[in-house]
Write a protein that binds this ligand. Structure first.
Ligand code: ME8
Length: 517
């Protein structure tokens, strides 16, 4: 049986869920649903990243004890993801006892083999990133992410002999061209590996930070947050049992945003090498979302909340927009106006109208009872079926390449064909001639097949809509009905439900309304 292990990043509990975190969840949830539906054994992991300076500071600002604070925010995340219906199999917190134990086990192992050593170090430290910077990495002397000047810190710490694994990682990337994808991010990591990567400072003295996993061989220190958080991808599987680890680890597909490429592309694989563990299968890197052309930030007040979007347009419309509007790996811009335009054109007009028209005609002409298909199919009937078959094939190719927007384009090509088929065959005209009633029944049968296939193809992307279509067609939820060949599924006495408007149009001010849609 084929398997896939899908991971999202662990979200820092210093902010509420937003567009960026929701996007990674939508992608990973879509993939998990897709592979599950195709019979793959799937494990989908998400969770929260709860240690380190950033979190300690956020807890202090909230005047809370860090553990109580992280309990609260982690619960908020989990509740938000549950409200969004994301189908993760396990939610890990880096404060979970089993994770802490596993991190300490791994630290001890790497220390014993000599790949962790103690040293005095002075360097430029960015508190925002929680890491040391080399002067070369800075922009005008400032951290490129936080635009603040790092502080010169001199202290004794533990170091991970990362440089020892540099050549091996470089070779791995050269031998596995799709290890990091898309290619531009692979090239970024290759460029990092063609310069000396140095060793990684993996401890923080308790004199300046206590909120972390204690270094098991020196109680004066806690673990650097990345040497803790990254390990979640393995500790969660180990928690599920050795069998889960054996089954899934080699199938790991990590999904991250581009700002955390270095920890995942350089720290993590070298850590795995030092721990004697196999490497993950792929690192899949997505771009950043801006909002109306601007960076999303609390101070600008433009943070998009997935829960607010659920209230406003519904989760499926939000998912559709994120997946259809962006190209995986590239940056994208969130605009309410584009969302409304796509909603009205693609969801309300093309998809919503198709569903309600077909169901309304079936209801009106045949009381909702599906009519039999004849032996001979018209050219248009065959074209409709062929277009759906082709779309399904295209969809699976695009999913393998993480081209979600293309996959949706393929589904919409089928929807367009179904709408065209209604115009070509004009059942609403034919029905006026009693001699053509049989043909009208056949046309509607083909269209109901189209809706059945749509409910299947749309399921990973628009799960609620897919469920609604199934329900309207009066199909049981778990039925693997999509495997039945076109035309052989509906029994002649099958009765569908009355029509329903799935995506009511969003009314726009007159000047914004698109005359085409
Ligand atoms: O980095 N557009 O957590 P995080 C797209 N705890 N993605 C965005 C985004 C935006 N505007 N803003 C943030 C962390 N993200 C670490 C991860 S993994 C072991 C530890 C993405 O909460 C960002 O790229 O700051 C990252 O993938 C995710 O949200 C979590 O960011």
């Amino acid at each position: 049986m084929e398997r896939i292990y899908i991971t999202s990043p662990l979200y820092y509990v210093n902010a509420e869920p937003h567009l960026g975190s929701a996007y990674t969840m939508v992608i990973t949830d879509t993939l998990a649903r897709y592979y599950r539906a195709h019979g793959w054994e799937t494990f989908y992991l998400t969770g929260t990243d709860e240690h380190g300076d950033k979190i300690a500071q956020a807890a202090a600002e909230a005047r809370m004890d860090p553990k109580a604070f992280t309990d609260q925010v982690s619960t908020t995340f989990r509740a938000a993801w549950d409200t969004c219906g994301f189908t993760y199999d396990h939610f890990i917190r880096t404060t979970d006892a089993y994770h802490i134990r596993y991190v300490q086990e791994l630290l001890t192992k790497v220390h014993t083999t000599g790949d962790i050593y103690f040293d005095r170090y002075s360097g430029l430290y960015c508190f925002g990133c929680e890491r040391f910077y080399t002067p070369k990495e800075l922009r005008d002397g400032k951290c490129p992410d936080h635009l603040t000047e790092p502080k010169l810190i001199e202290e004794e710490n533990y170091f991970f002999r990362m440089s020892k694994y540099q050549d091996r990682l470089l070779r791995h990337l050269e031998e596995h061209p799709d290890f990091i994808r898309p290619e531009n991010f692979r090239n970024e990591v290759l460029a990092m590996l063609r310069e000396p990567i140095g060793d990684l400072c993996i401890s923080r003295p308790k004199s300046r930070l206590t909120w972390g996993i204690e270094i098991p061989f020196d109680q004066r220190y806690v673990t650097y947050v990345w040497f803790d958080a990254l390990i979640n991808y393995v500790s969660a599987l180990k928690y599920k049992g050795e069998e889960a680890f054996q089954k899934f680890w080699s199938e790991a597909e990590h999904f991250i945003g581009k700002d955390i490429l270095k920890p995942h592309g350089v720290f993590w694989p070298t850590m795995l090498m030092a721990a004697g563990l196999p490497l993950y299968k792929h690192l899949n890197v997505h771009g950043f979302w801006t909002v109306e052309g601007q960076k999303m930030s609390k101070s600008l007040g433009n943070v998009i909340s997935p829960l607010a979007m659920k209230e406003k347009v519904g989760l499926d419309a939000f998912r559709y927009f994120l997946l259809r509007e962006s190209v995986f790996g590239q940056d994208a811009d969130f605009r309410e106006e584009s969302l409304t335009t796509r909603y009205n054109a693609d969801l309300a007009n093309n998809l919503g109208n198709l569903i309600s028209r077909v169901l309304a005609m079936e209801e009106k002409y045949f009381d909702g009872v599906v009519q039999p298909l004849g032996q001979m199919w018209a050219k248009e009937d065959q074209e409709l079926r062929d277009r759906f078959r082709q779309s399904e094939e295209e969809l699976s190719g695009h999913m393998a390449q993480l081209q979600f927007h293309r996959a949706l384009e393929a589904v919409w090509a089928a929807i367009d064909q179904a709408n065209r088929y209604i115009v070509q065959t004009s059942p609403f005209v034919l029905i006026k001639d009693p001699a053509k009633r049989g043909r009208v029944g056949e046309i509607l049968h083909h269209l109901l097949e189209a809706l059945r296939m749509l409910s299947h193809m749309l399921a990973p992307f628009l799960p609620e809509t897919s469920k609604e279509i199934k329900d309207l067609l009066n199909l049981s939820e778990g039925a693997s009905d999509h495997q039945s060949p076109w035309g052989s599924f509906f029994m002649p006495d099958h009765k569908i439900k009355p029509p329903k408007a799935l995506f009511p149009r969003i009314e726009l001010p007159a000047e914004l309304d698109d005359p085409q849609s």
